[in-house]
Design a protein around this ligand. Structure first.
Ligand code: DC
Length: 212
């Protein structure tokens, strides 16, 4: 079973690369950030206090989530668009810092990969915690300016403001106590700032063990 872990900060190109890599390798693609976002969306919809760790955890455990390559639904609601909106984006780091939520989602991520016989998985703690035995671990990064410019191209906004928001989220994601964003020694780091999608994909594919 092939599992490729793609970790890195926001705007490093993880989604673009992970999706394209999955298509090239004919594997499924799992966006674990979308799972944290979907829980955040459902918690906001239910009017929960996001700092109430037990309530948000209880909601996570009861929630049914369906993830395809392009869509996310939670408890029958299509959350594909809403999870990319400002409200969820600003709130998701707080939910991702909830250890009870992380334990539940990690277990679901492992189950998803077992059910789909492997895949390309993107997130923050995939190589470090969720799949420490992944076939290949890639840590994608890019300069802060490039990362902000990419987000603006996707969702609009002002580069300086988006750069500040990304920096705040990076800081929250990197300093939380449970499975923070980090580069493991066995991950291959690729800076995507000045590379095309195909250049990055070629590097990753070259790192994979050849089929016997
Ligand atoms: O990759 P993204 O921006 O969609 O991630 C949304 C949030 O979820 C972000 O604050 C980091 C967090 N996250 C996480 O803590 N662990 C993961 N495996 C994936 C995302």
């Amino acid at each position: 079973m092939i599992v490729v872990a793609i970790d890195g900060p926001a705007g490093a190109g993880k989604s673009t690369i992970a999706k394209a890599l999955a298509a090239r390798l004919k594997l499924r693609y799992l966006d674990t950030g979308a799972m944290y976002r979907a829980v955040t969306f459902a918690a906001i919809q239910s009017g929960l206090d996001l700092t109430d760790q037990d309530s948000v955890s209880e909601l996570t455990q009861k929630s049914e989530m369906i993830l395809t390559n392009d869509t996310v639904s939670i408890n029958g609601m299509d959350a594909t668009k809403a999870i990319r909106g400002e409200v969820v984006t600003a709130a998701v780091s707080a939910v991702a810092a909830n250890s009870l939520v992380r334990t539940e989602l990690r277990q679901r991520q492992r189950q998803w990969i077992a059910d789909h016989d492997g895949g390309v998985v993107e997130g923050r703690d995939i190589g470090s915690v969720v799949f420490p035995d992944a076939t290949l671990k890639v840590y994608l990064t890019a300069s802060p300016l490039v990362r902000a410019q990419r987000r603006v191209a996707q969702t609009g906004g002002i580069v300086e403001q988006i750069a500040d928001a990304i920096a705040a989220r990076d800081s929250q994601d990197s300093t939380r106590s449970d499975s923070p964003l980090l580069q493991t020694d066995d991950a291959v780091t690729i800076d995507t700032s000045n590379q095309s999608i195909d250049q990055v994909l070629d590097q990753i594919v070259a790192l994979l063990p050849k089929a016997p």
